[in-house]
Design a protein around this ligand. Structure first.
Ligand code: SF4
Length: 439
């Protein structure tokens, strides 16, 4: 490994943050706005029914962690100190990656056992101890559990599925950089994540170790960008860029910022959901040097919106970083209106603007995650007009073959009557809009 490879030695160079998310002492956003997270962990507390929540109740902030997290730590990490638990590097080093580890923590179903037998053929298995504390021990259908534990269904190929449905490999400009649209590029900083989502669009590359943040590859990307003055926007993604240490990320952002025609940098990450301890004050101090910097945060379900996640988003927002959410519509995970509405309400309270709701891409082995497109439209129709407009994301299909994002809306235009356009509102009532020039 060189100095730009991700690994324990790199992770350990980052200073411990004095008050990481999860120390439970500073979260103003969480205070008084979120109910205590239900504890699904059954070792010392009873298993609660799966949630179908429309709006979270308001209770006082707990003083130190949720009962669920405390029960989990007591069961499996009894000797781990608060300082270690609140240190993102400790979580990164101690990711849960093997069937043997999972067997100690979960009652695995036969479907999951089979999936774990073959895990790694497509996408590795890994998650952080923190995220594992949110997973039900004995319910294989729990939404968060389904997002990280592979099942046999992952190895069945359905019609229309492929390893690279978006045709990203075809648009590769330099190793790990996709240049599809004239004015913006996608820079894959690395291919590792702290936690691997079973529905990942980039499962063909993620976790394979082929894309590492080494200096030579990234300098090639910077050189390409310097020579392409039409590019004004760079999305730094992966993998998860925040799995890199602060120094490395700072180096990448500094290099990008040195290119005069780059106006806008975005970072895509799932860290606030799977490892919120990563959002340290040090990180935020570094990021704010590189404005205008925006972030797209990947959230899948309201159960990810813990007090730690609230605090992480609060820190990013306080650093002046506009935050948008990206959510993949997933069968049996977030494909009901109450669940999606609850998630979007959490986003607003976390100061994250709901941005995209994606129809699940047809990657190989994704049929068990994909819903009919009509389900997404039904959810958007249930949100628009029925809750705050800011809580309504744009529902899109990323067109297979590289056609880009195509927005989908329920049909609110009923027809025409002469010079009048006939429109349907959110309650199903029809209204006329005089539109003589549209005839
Ligand atoms: S965090 Fe993103 S890149 Fe990583 S596995 Fe999940 S969806 Fe894929």
């Amino acid at each position: 490994m060189n100095e730009f490879d991700i690994g324990p030695s790199t992770i350990s160079r980052v200073e411990v943050d004095e008050e990481p998310p999860g120390s439970f002492s500073q979260s103003h956003a969480y205070r008084g706005r979120l109910r205590v997270q239900q504890c699904l962990w059954p070792l010392t507390l009873p298993e609660l029914p799966r949630r179908e929540i429309s709006t979270p109740a308001i209770v006082a902030r707990p003083s130190r962690g949720s009962p669920r997290c405390r029960a989990f730590r007591k069961a499996f990490y009894r000797d781990v100190t608060d300082k270690q638990w609140n240190d993102w590097r400790w979580h990164a080093r101690n990711r849960i990656r093997t069937r043997e580890q999972l067997e100690k923590m979960l009652e695995l179903s036969s479907e999951e056992r089979e999936g774990l037998e073959r895990a790694g053929e497509i996408l590795p298995v890994a998650t952080t101890p923190y995220y594992m504390s949110l997973i039900s021990q004995n319910d294989p259908q729990q939404p968060l559990r389904r997002t990280i534990i592979p099942t046999a269904s992952e190895f069945m190929q359905a019609r229309g599925e492929s390893a690279d449905p978006l045709g990203e490999d075809h648009d590769s400009a330099t190793p790990g950089m996709v240049h599809r649209y004239p004015d913006r590029v996608l820079l894959l900083a690395l291919d590792s994540c702290s936690s691997y989502c079973r529905y990942c669009t980039r499962s063909r590359v993620v976790g394979q170790g082929d894309i590492v943040p080494n200096e030579a590859r990234l300098k090639q990307a910077f050189e390409y960008l310097r020579n392409h003055k039409e590019v004004r926007d760079v999305l730094v993604s992966g993998g998860d860029p925040l799995l890199m240490g602060d120094d490395k990320l700072d180096w990448i952002l500094t290099n990008l910022r040195s290119i005069p025609h780059l106006e806008f940098i975005r970072i895509g990450t799932k860290m606030p959901a799977v490892l919120p301890q990563r959002i340290t004050r040090e990180l935020c101090r570094m990021l704010r040097k590189h404005h205008p910097l925006w972030m797209s945060l990947h959230f899948a379900h309201p159960d990810e919106c813990t007090q730690e996640s609230y605090q992480a988003c609060e820190r990013l927002a306080d650093a002046g970083i506009p935050l948008g959410s990206q959510t993949v519509l997933l069968r049996g995970i977030n494909d009901t209106l109450p669940t999606m509405k609850s998630l979007m309400h959490h986003m607003l309270k976390m100061r994250v603007r709901p941005y995209y709701l994606y129809q699940c891409d047809p990657i190989t082995g994704s049929a068990h995650f994909r819903t009919p497109v009509s389900k997404g439209l039904e959810i958007i129709e249930g949100l628009r007009g029925h809750t705050t407009g800011y809580a309504v994301p744009t529902f899109v299909i990323d067109a297979p073959g590289g056609g880009g994002k195509i927005p989908l809306l329920p049909n609110y235009v009923v027809g025409r009557d002469g010079e009048d356009l006939l429109l349907r509102n959110f309650e199903g009532n029809t209204y006329r809009y005089s539109d003589p020039e549209g005839v």
